[in-house]
Design a protein around this ligand. Structure first.
Ligand SMILES: C[S@@+](CC[C@H](N)C(=O)[O-])C[C@H]1O[C@@H](n2cnc3c(N)ncnc32)[C@H](O)[C@@H]1O
Length: 286
């Protein structure tokens, strides 16, 4: 099974979903998971005690946006907020979000520093410095998560808090697996089992030496008003769809679409329809 971040995935459409906010169906998931991440981290070490908040793998800045909306006013004025990502194209998205929020008068965004950085080698960040480290949906994107966790440990201040999110059930991705009914040679990607349960995530954190580890499930909803419309949307925005659809005949593509529509109708016969997934927010202290 291909990792969810395999090369050739086309992230651009999904990355830009924030531009429409919750009006874009899959943005609801990012907003809900990011908000839950910020809240859980805040519960462990409140942001009014922050000296340096670092969001790694920031992408379009979904986590930073929730941080600012929910806890921004509590963050001390001298504290730093740093958002980093290894891909410059992703940083263009958070830069655009910052530009828009500033133009709307949200001055807290002035505090957000944006830098290119590999979370597996946080060069330039001193040891024992960061009070709050956040990683939204980054785990499956890494080539070596242990390297990242060791960098998290190195850069966190004593008693600093680390929190990350993963999805443990996401029907909007699982449904794409129907491809193998049409073309048995193709499989839809899914994240490695390591990230699928509260137990395995807790073990990863404890084995890396974090204390007070907590894994909290969060419900994630995607709603839609037409079964056909939802399937067409997923076929358009899921980053690995171009790879799955490559080489399919028109007939096979139609058959795949019909199978997904049939499945959605089974799961949610009435409209508006709902896909219910589950995220996991994992937090721990150094
Ligand atoms: C699925 S996105 C999540 C974005 C955002 N944090 C959120 O919660 O919506 C994963 C992000 O991790 C970034 N990424 C992948 N590998 C990385 C690495 N080694 N260091 C830093 N960022 C990385 C990708 O560029 C992408 O923006």
């Amino acid at each position: 099974m291909a990792p969810l971040t395999a090369e050739g995935f086309q992230w651009q459409k999904l990355t830009q979903t924030w531009r429409l906010g919750k009006e874009d169906r899959l943005d609801t998931v990012n907003v809900d998971a990011s908000r839950a991440l910020v809240k859980e981290v805040h519960n462990l070490v409140p942001f009014d005690r922050a000296s340096f908040v670092h969001d790694i793998g920031t992408g379009s800045g979904a986590v930073v946006a929730e941080l600012i909306d929910y806890c921004g006013s509590q963050i001390p004025s001298e504290a730093r907020i740093l958002a980093t990502d290894v891909f410059p194209l992703m940083l263009d998205e958070i830069k655009e979000r910052q530009r828009l929020r500033l133009s709307e008068g949200n001055k807290l965004w002035e505090k957000v520093e944006i830098q290119e950085m590999n979370a597996e080698e946080m060069n330039g960040i001193e040891d024992n410095l960061t009070s709050h480290l956040l990683a939204g949906y980054l785990m499956y994107a890494l080539s070596d998560y242990k390297k990242m966790l060791s960098e998290v440990k190195r850069t966190l201040a004593p008693d600093g808090v680390f929190g990350y999110s993963v999805n443990i059930a996401y029907p909007w991705v699982t449904i794409s697996g129907l491809i193998s009914k049409v073309r048995p040679d193709k499989t839809a990607p899914y994240p490695p089992a390591l990230w699928h349960t509260a137990e395995s995530n807790t073990k990863v954190m404890e084995e890396s030496g974090f204390k007070d580890v907590k894994a909290t499930e969060v419900d994630l909803h995607v709603s839609y008003d037409s079964h056909e419309g939802m399937v067409d949307y997923l076929m358009d925005v899921l980053p690995f769809m171009p790879m799955l659809l490559e080489g399919l005949t028109e007939e096979e593509t139609g058959e795949y679409r019909d199978l997904m529509i049939e499945q959605l109708k089974k799961e949610s016969p009435s409209l508006p329809g709902k896909m219910v997934g589950k995220g996991l927010i994992v937090t721990g202290r150094k």
